[in-house]
Design a binder for this molecule. Structure first.
Ligand SMILES: NC(=O)c1ccc[n+]([C@@H]2O[C@H](COP(=O)([O-])OP(=O)(O)OC[C@H]3O[C@@H](n4cnc5c(N)ncnc54)[C@H](OP(=O)(O)O)[C@@H]3O)[C@@H](O)[C@H]2O)c1
Length: 257
């Protein structure tokens, strides 16, 4: 395999679009998610259209030990990962104390622990080779307090912070790490998180455009990519002047719309 990208959460939404972009550039792929039939049909599409090599690995990355299993499968087959997309993730609506704690723990295992473990395993190999690119799908949620989607916002704050620190540590190594931070995107995310019909997703960005912006930022080695201008303005210009309690109140209202 050549110019290989491993993409978690490739069965739908932003991850599926990352796969399409990478294949269109002639890169090979390792597609990872739980729904094998969706990965298989994406594989068929990409092989037919771009004549690239595509491997499908069905894996529930919220299970303890699954990231190591994924790494072992990849290395035992002799595949080298040149691009790592830690993209799989999900959210969940509701007041923290009213939510099922196990659902939030599963969210932390996927959004944080799997990302951390895969970055450590594949990042070490990239550093040893002096070359590689890592894209972490974070969120604008990573810059904000998140009442009524508290654990999700906190997982993305972890990803933003970890990316910023790691990017500094990797300077001069040939390896870059980028956090893509979208606002609402039209994917399965809203339904999975319990926001079906929410006004928050009116006018959401498309998965294809969001993935394009993230892919470009990764190619350029940018550390943070906020994919829509209005959120850059909100986070960089407006928010620093708002009291934290006001920001939390605005977000709470949005989550309940
Ligand atoms: N959509 C938004 O508004 C938005 C905004 C900011 C950031 N994001 C982030 O963007 C990323 C991609 O989400 P999306 O919007 O494209 O939503 P999506 O369409 O729901 O895609 C989520 C992907 O993650 C995979 N996944 C979920 N649980 C998994 C598990 N336990 N193990 C392995 N894979 C799992 C899903 O595949 P299977 O179900 O087949 O496993 C799917 O491929 C997430 O990290 C999300 O937090 C989304």
């Amino acid at each position: 395999m050549k110019n290989t990208a491993l993409i978690t959460g490739a069965s739908s939404g932003i991850g599926k679009e990352f796969a399409r972009i990478h294949a269109s550039k002639g890169g090979d792929l390792i597609l990872v998610a739980r729904r094998k039939e969706l990965l298989d049909s994406l594989k068929e599409e990409l092989v037919q259209k771009y004549n690239v090599a595509v491997q499908v690995i069905q894996k529930d990355l919220s299970v303890v030990g699954s990231s190591q299993e994924l790494y072992d499968t990849v290395t035992q087959n002799g595949w080298q990962v040149h691009y790592l997309f830690n993209n799989a993730g999900f959210g969940g609506k509701g007041a923290f104390l009213d939510r099922d704690l196990e659902a939030d723990v599963e969210m932390v295992r996927l959004n944080v622990m799997a990302l951390l473990k895969l970055t450590h395993l594949f990042g070490k190999d990239m550093k040893a080779r002096g070359k590689g690119k890592i894209l972490q799908t974070a969120s604008t949620a990573g810059f904000l307090p998140g009442p009524y989607q508290n654990t999700y916002f906190a997982t993305k704050a972890f990803v933003v912070s970890h990316t910023q620190g790691l990017a500094h540590e990797l300077k001069g190594s040939g390896v870059t790490v980028t956090a893509l931070c979208p606002g609402p995107v039209a994917t399965e995310f809203a339904k999975v998180a319990g926001f079906g019909g929410s006004k928050m997703f009116d006018g959401a960005a498309s998965a294809a455009k969001t993935a394009q912006k993230g892919y470009r930022a990764m190619e350029q080695g940018k550390v943070i990519c906020i994919s829509e201008f209005q959120f850059t303005f909100l986070i960089k210009v407006l928010m620093p002047f708002l009291p934290q309690s006001m920001t939390a109140a605005i977000i709470a209202k949005m989550q309940q719309s």
